[in-house]
Design a protein around this ligand. Structure first.
Ligand code: NAP
Length: 279
């Protein structure tokens, strides 16, 4: 039986088993995807013995996404550019790593907005943490003209500007109204608006009618930011789809089939997030 898992500390909240075990069943693969609580001090030992534990690979979540990097034998350019990984697989026995958060965001975006053309456009990113880095890295591989980062801590936004070069610029909070008037895409990558976290306070009135508003927070499924954008008639993209699309990458590496993100899978996980959910 082929096995994979998600490791983190804590790990109880992870919805990855729901996603991967759905695909295993759908494709009639005799396999299993488990949750494994791995403490920071046990990370090196766990990864070194991945094969011995019977795993073809694993997803990696908080707090191991950066700490695991020196422990892998091989990593791709995405891991190098973002300084973070979330997917580990064995490639001819070598512990290998990629990061699928950016790809998950992008695939969910284009699935929600078919025919999206970002050429020459501006994206405004709220936040400068790990997921902002992953999303910016992926967006820069399109022909988007520029990314503007608005973040509570200016130094973290400036750090991303330094890493990613001149297409990425810091956005001063008092210029949001002016600069957002030309945004094609606005993405919240902060934890604001998430259940139990402070609300995101943002005036969307200057956004053009063509602006797509995305939130990567998926608890709740429809955040206040998305509600506010919909009230303005703007197209919106929720965060749960990113979670489903990022999972495609690992599943294909471990089990050899590229799975689909279907409405049925979305409903399954959405019901787990919010039992009141109706499509
Ligand atoms: N949909 C998905 O698949 C997916 C994937 C990954 C993450 N997420 C969600 O994305 C969110 C961020 O994750 P992450 O890993 O990027 O976290 P992170 O690295 O800790 O970054 C958090 C970001 O949020 C900002 N922030 C946090 N609290 C704030 C507040 N009260 N006011 C203003 N800014 C605040 C931080 O600003 P400072 O720099 O000033 O601290 C930072 O920019 C989480 O809610 C996570 O659940 C979703």
């Amino acid at each position: 039986m082929k096995k994979a898992c998600v490791i983190g500390y804590p790990i109880a909240h992870s919805r990855s088993p729901l996603i991967h075990n759905y695909w295993l069943k759908q494709h009639g693969i005799e396999g299993l995807y488990e949750k494994r609580e791995v403490k920071p001090e046990d990370l090196a030992d766990f990864l070194t013995h991945l094969d011995a534990h019977g795993y073809a690979g694993c997803n990696v979540t908080i707090p191991h996404k950066e700490a695991a990097i020196p422990l892998v034998g091989k990593m791709d350019d995405i891991v190098r550019r973002t300084g973070s990984l979330n997917t580990i697989y064995l490639d001819s026995g070598i512990i290998s790593a990629t990061s699928s958060d950016g790809e998950g965001f992008y695939q969910n975006l284009v699935a929600t907005v078919p025919g999206l053309d970002l050429k020459g456009q501006t994206a405004v990113i709220l936040g400068a943490g790990g997921s902002a880095r992953a999303i910016i890295e992926r967006l820069l591989r399109t022909d988007l003209a520029r990314v503007k980062i608005l973040n509570r801590t200016e130094a973290r936004a400036q750090e991303l500007c330094n890493i990613f070069g001149t297409r990425v610029q810091w956005l001063a909070p008092d210029r949001f109204g002016i600069e957002s008037a030309s945004a094609r895409l606005l993405v919240n990558t902060t934890s604001q608006g998430m259940k139990g976290q402070p609300a995101l306070q943002l005036d969307l009135s200057a956004l053009p009618a063509s602006c797509i508003v995305a939130d990567i927070v998926y608890v709740p499924l429809k955040t206040d930011l998305l509600k506010q954008a919909q009230a303005r008639g703007l197209q919106t993209v929720g965060g749960l789809g990113m979670l489903l699309h990022q999972a495609v990458v690992g599943f294909e590496k471990w089990f050899g089939i590229r799975p689909q993100v279907t409405p049925e899978l979305y409903d399954l996980v959405a019901n787990d997030v919010d039992p009141e959910y109706h499509r």
